[in-house]
Write a protein that binds this ligand. Sequence first.
Ligand code: MG
Length: 390
Amino acid sequence: MLIRPIASVVSCCALAFAAAPAFAAFYGDPPDSTHPWAVHDMNRPQPPLVTPGTFSTPEQPGRPPSDAVVLFDGTAASLSQWEADKSPAEPTKWIVKDAAMQCVPGSGYIRTKESFGDCQLHVEWAAPEKVAGDSQGRGNSGVFLMGQTEIQVLDNYNNPTYADGFAGSLYGVNPPHANALQPPGAWQVYDIIFRRPIYKNGQVLDSGRFTVMLNGVVVQDATPLEGGGGHKGRSKDHPLAEKGPLKLQDHGNPVRYRNIWIRPLPPRATDGGDMGAMTPEAATAKKLEIAKNLRADAEKLNGKPQLLRRMEALCYEQDAATVNQVLTGITTWITKLQKIPTGQMEAQKGDILQIRDALKYLMQFKFLPDDFKALAQIVQIIQSNGWEKK
Ligand code: MG
């Protein structure tokens, strides 16, 4: 069976955007109070390039994506990234055997030395091939994000238990949407997307959530954390630290792990990032930054490119100085156009249509005064040359 890391499909976008035309300004809906970029804004940063990973097979774990933090690669050396949870000064007693990290029952949880917050986590695990025990006693372990919230690891192949304790459950909170397990002894694959709770001034902005795929099947779909769950007790929303270690559970069964890697995820707008709608304050700050950069860039240009760059800056900040520069620049440009003999106007057609479109855009969204007469003058030039019908 092919086991495909979900990160292997995400890297096509950067090349597609790189090929997009550079004149996307004055195109999509403009920046607004909570979105600092226009729709299809070329000033929005390009996605970083990531070389995708490869599939795992039952015999061979796949290769992680290029930007992943590899937490266990099958070597004894990579076990040094982990420590005993209860006695961190001591190395874990878990062992590496046949390129897998194996829980030694009674040795306690292990945790990473490094801490993580929001992340994409890839973990492969296998319950013992020889079945022993039942319900919660068969092939039990667990993946604890930030050391606190458990995605259950359990051999539920022909092994009923309480639903919110199944493999792939957010333990004690939500059962998996499906039981997509392979038989005991086979490698099972978790791809987990974790978002921690975000609080501000004691108020919850985002209660946090889990998305989990088990062997490529979605078993948690942005499931609210509800405090992260636990044994017997109903948990409630509460803040977590920004980061915490990844922990794996010793529940008394020799569960094996391989191919563990993690990718920190970019912060949400609710966490000071720029993913999604931002606060008006953050969006304004970003717009001012973009406008400042565009104005600085305009100073290095001349003629039409300079005019267009200044017009572009007005989409983010309508400062009086730039408005005046643009109004003056367009008026001066039209005066020059009007002196060009009719027979030589064709060479100016592209520039004229481009400035017309930019001007229409800025006036439509009130970034320039809508009583500016220049647009009518440009339209008149276009129509008198027969470039567009009335
Ligand atoms: Mg467990």
